[in-house]
Design a protein around this ligand. Structure first.
Ligand SMILES: NC(=O)N[C@@H](CC(=O)O)C(=O)O
Ligand SMILES: [Zn+2]
Ligand SMILES: [Zn+2]
Length: 329
């Protein structure tokens, strides 16, 4: 059995810089036709010059693969002129609450104060992408942020708001309520729960923000994904960290899935008898909602066992060493 995907997209991806960028970008470009590139570098991508340099570095790291990096700016207090100038170069602006995740120290300290720049995004028609967590108890951080999404969805009705990497049933319910709310979901949050991270032997390679939640949360996410919820897209949140930053005391948050996500999700769509919906989830929904036209690329997934490599260079992927039923043809 095999299926073909047209121009798969990864709507939330971390590529880093330097040697890490050189190592991981080709792995995404091999199977994806484009990706939304996160701006949480050190220092962050928060001006157009830095963004153009970063985009050039991405292009040079992928050689001649047909792959479009859809760039984002790290949200700060931009002027309308800055945003207007940036608009043609970006797919959106990414909001990080200060200190909530990897490299977010320069993020937003006051969500209320951020409404000034958010109103500018709405006026200019630039999507707002959000890491939506508060500093509440770790299992409640996303649920606690949903009030903010709801308030902004109502206050900025023309703004496209993307709830990045949703992990809860409550977020799926909120997604259903507002036409201007969109979401991405990762491979790991579709496949694991907190039990897989910390229920038995601790698995640092499954540790990310937001932390994986309960079985009922995963079920709601899977349900929305396999039924191709029209405002939900795949965003891997593939977030490489070197082995030394994962297998240590003080493990960095981030799961690396870029080269294995499509294979893993084929199994999930197949198990639900919904392989027909896979195309919408990994490409068509995103093209329609973000109004983008990625380069043409066709990827064949074959039902043939594949063993996830132990490592890609210095980076250990999710489920390293495990045999899975689908591979890239
Ligand atoms: N998801 C993560 O756990 N980590 C991401 C940042 C993010 O997306 O929050 C990273 O950049 O490493
Ligand atoms: Zn995040
Ligand atoms: Zn991320």
């Amino acid at each position: 059995m095999e299926i073909k995907l047209k121009s798969p997209l990864d709507m939330h991806l971390h590529l880093r810089e330097g040697a890490m960028l050189e190592a991981v970008a080709p792995l995404s470009a091999e199977t994806f036709s484009g990706a939304v590139i996160m701006p949480n570098l050190v220092p962050p991508v928060d001006n157009l010059d830095r963004l153009k340099e970063y985009r050039a570095a991405i292009y040079s790291s992928i050689g001649d693969e047909a792959f479009c990096p859809f760039m984002t700016l790290f949200l700060r207090d931009y002027t309308e002129e800055e945003l207007l100038e940036a608009k043609e170069h970006i797919i959106g602006v990414k909001l990080y609450p200060a200190g909530i995740t990897t490299n977010s120290e320069g993020g937003v300290a006051s969500l209320d104060a951020a409404e000034v720049v958010i109103a500018k995004l709405e006026r200019l028609g630039i999507p707002l992408l959000v890491h939506g967590e508060t500093n509440a108890f770790v299992m409640d951080r996303e649920a606690d942020f949903l009030d903010v999404y709801e308030r902004w969805a109502q206050k900025f009705p023309k703004l496209m708001i993307v709830m990045e990497h949703i992990t809860t049933a409550a977020a799926v319910r909120l997604l259903d309520r507002f036409e201007n709310l969109h979401a991405t979901v990762t491979v790991q949050h579709l496949l694991i729960t907190l039990d897989d991270v910390a229920g038995g032997m601790l698995d640092p390679h499954l540790f990310c923000k937001p932390i994986a939640k309960r079985p009922e949360d995963r079920e709601a996410l899977v349900n929305a994904a396999v039924n191709a919820h029209p405002r939900l897209s795949f965003g891997s949140d593939s977030a490489p960290h070197p082995l030394s930053k994962k297998e240590c005391c003080g493990c960095a948050a981030g799961v690396f899935t870029a080269p294995i996500g499509l294979q893993l999700m084929a199994e999930m769509f197949e198990a639900h008898g919904k392989l027909d919906n896979y195309q919408a989830f990994v490409s068509d929904n995103a093209c329609r909602n973000y109004k983008i036209t990625p380069p043409e690329k066709e990827v064949t997934l074959v039902k043939k066992p594949f063993t996830i490599p132990k490592a890609y260079g210095d980076v250990v992927p999710m489920w390293a060493g495990r045999e899975i039923p689908w591979s890239i043809g």
